[in-house]
Design a protein around this ligand. Structure first.
Ligand code: ADP
Ligand code: MG
Length: 233
């Protein structure tokens, strides 16, 4: 890997008596596409919360471009160029698709794309005038990805971007991320193995708050331990 854009070291998170994360080391290179997988409750969303500064870990540190962002908070991290898409789509339901993208672009000096380009990229140009609240679930997820991209991020983190999508929408979302690959770094937390397979990404497998394995997805998929705890179920 070239110099890491994001580097987390020794991350531990406790919720009362529960060790939600235990000694996780993780790094994402410039323009690298990285996936985090694991069964429900493995600690994926908690880890993403740590990576985006939303949650201060009990142990460890997070560096972004060499600067500590540990527990800094989502707003300050966003200004550094970190964009996040949450597990549940959060769009402005009473604004149109186009207006949602306009809002996301406001005040971003680094906006890499016009609203029109964003609409085409996330394939919502035909419903640009529709109220976001009236979109189908998959389209809402895409709109939110568009809003995250709108700020011209250096790093995009997505929490289960294909949750609730049809198999076709899931593959289309993988294709979208592959189109964006190489433009900025992407971290995709996913439960859907078909999606991760389509992305063929560097993969971290979490299991009960620990790093089970990490490596290229093809190696991960062939790993017996991973198959036993996760893939083979
Ligand atoms: P995943 O996203 O992999 O499904 P989570 O990171 O959401 O897993 O959760 C990991 C573990 O931490 C689970 O056992 C969950 O119940 C617990 N957990 C998550 N958030 C909290 C919280 N705010 N308070 C207490 N326990 C939590
Ligand atoms: Mg989760």
């Amino acid at each position: 890997m070239s110099q890491a854009l994001l580097k987390a070291s020794g991350i531990g998170v406790r919720f009362g008596g529960l060790k939600a994360l235990d000694g996780i080391d993780y790094a994402v290179g410039e323009r690298e596409l990285s996936c985090i997988i694991g069964p429900n409750g493995a600690g994926k969303s908690t880890f993403l919360n740590v990576l985006t500064g939303t949650l201060r870990p009990s142990q460890g540190s997070v560096l972004f471009a060499g600067t500590s962002i540990t527990g800094l908070g989502l707003n300050r991290i966003a200004r550094l160029g970190v964009a996040r898409k949450f597990q549940i789509p959060s769009v402005f339901p009473s604004l149109s698709v186009e207006e949602n993208l306009d809002v996301a672009r406001w005040g971003t000096a680094s906006a890499a794309r016009s609203t029109k380009e964003l609409l085409e990229l996330v394939q919502l140009d035909r419903v640009a005038g529709k109220l976001a609240g009236e979109l189908a679930h998959g389209q809402k997820q895409w709109l939110e990805i568009g809003m995250a991209i709108a700020i011209g991020p250096k790093l995009l983190l997505l929490d289960e971007p294909t949750a609730g999508m049809t198999p076709q929408e899931t593959l289309a979302t993988a294709e979208l991320l592959l189109r964006l690959k190489g433009e900025f770094s992407i971290v995709a937390v996913e439960h859907d193995i078909r999606f991760v397979r389509a992305l063929d990404c560097e993969t971290l497998v979490l299991h009960q708050g620990r790093k089970l394995r990490s490596g290229p997805f093809r190696e991960i998929e062939a790993d017996e331990t991973v198959r036993n705890v996760y893939l083979g179920r």
